[in-house]
Design a protein around this ligand. Structure first.
Ligand code: ZN
Length: 271
């Protein structure tokens, strides 16, 4: 048995077609999942099953969904200066639940959020035309929403646009390779989410999908469980299976690993 874990970005918009617009893709993909008799389940279920703590029955015909970075377009409709109104990922889930809630009783998505408000603002200004998708006015509600969990996607993504990172290479997550840097990026994020939103993150997603042996073989196995983390997700573009390291569970990324309705169908069929 193997489970596809899907990753969408609500803020990376390069058109109104399936390939370049995650809102359009997510709405389509949910309907296709439903048509195929598959079920969306929480990502924590996948992690529990992967380490043998949840039955195969619970994960039969299952797919899990995640969103990365925590921009406003994950939580509400936004207006794109070039491409018009985008539905917003959470509203898409809510509409889908209205139509198919009975058959999709476990419908749920995981939003991996960049904790630092300043980092999201810097990224918004540098990469998203400063259209203000970085505010966290929706997070309090999102944190309590039954269809959503907010989880740890690091403090500031070690993003190249962030001014607050101290003097180590930015723009990748490979360079987060010692205890102090991991504490700054991972523990600080979990603690902040807990203090400010009463969230206790159970999952981590590597920024850029980047990892290194210190992160996945030392820091997370040793310190992750003590701060409540149970698993970590890459973007390796394959299926979650039992026997993999729980600190290196793969995901597929929309627009990269699949770019069309046909490729999505193939991805699900190959599971
Ligand atoms: Zn990210």
């Amino acid at each position: 048995m193997r489970i596809p874990v899907l990753c969408y970005h609500s803020q990376i918009i390069a058109g109104n077609d399936y390939r370049h617009n995650g809102h359009r893709a997510l709405a389509h993909d949910l309907e296709y999942i439903q048509q195929q008799g598959l079920r969306v389940v929480p990502l924590t279920w996948v992690a529990e099953w992967q380490r043998g703590e949840r039955s195969d029955t619970d994960l039969q015909h299952a797919v899990a969904i995640s969103f990365d970075d925590g921009m406003s377009s994950d939580f509400r409709a936004v207006n794109h200066p070039e491409y018009g109104e985008l539905a917003g990922f959470l509203p898409i889930l809510e509409a889908f639940q209205q139509n198919h809630g009975q058959q999709q009783a476990q419908l749920h998505a995981t939003a991996f959020v960049i904790a630092s408000d300043r980092a999201r603002r810097d990224i918004d200004q540098a990469c998203h035309n400063a259209i203000g998708w970085d505010d966290n006015s929706d997070w309090e509600q999102a944190a309590k929403h039954p269809l959503l969990s907010l989880e740890n996607h690091s403090w500031d993504h070690n993003h190249e646009t962030c001014n607050e990172s101290p003097g180590y290479p930015q723009g990748n997550f490979h360079s987060i390779h010692n205890f102090d840097l991991c504490e700054l990026e991972i523990r600080r994020s979990s603690e902040y989410l807990h203090q400010r939103y009463q969230i206790s993150p159970r999952l981590f997603a590597y920024p850029y999908g980047h990892t290194n042996p210190y992160l996945s073989e030392e820091y997370l196995p040793k310190h992750g469980p003590k701060m409540g983390l149970e698993a970590a997700f890459t973007t390796a573009g394959t299926y979650v299976e039992q026997g993999q390291s729980r600190w290196l569970l793969p995901r597929f990324v929309h627009g990269f690993h699949w770019r069309s309705e046909e490729e999505f169908q193939q991805l699900l069929q190959a599971a």
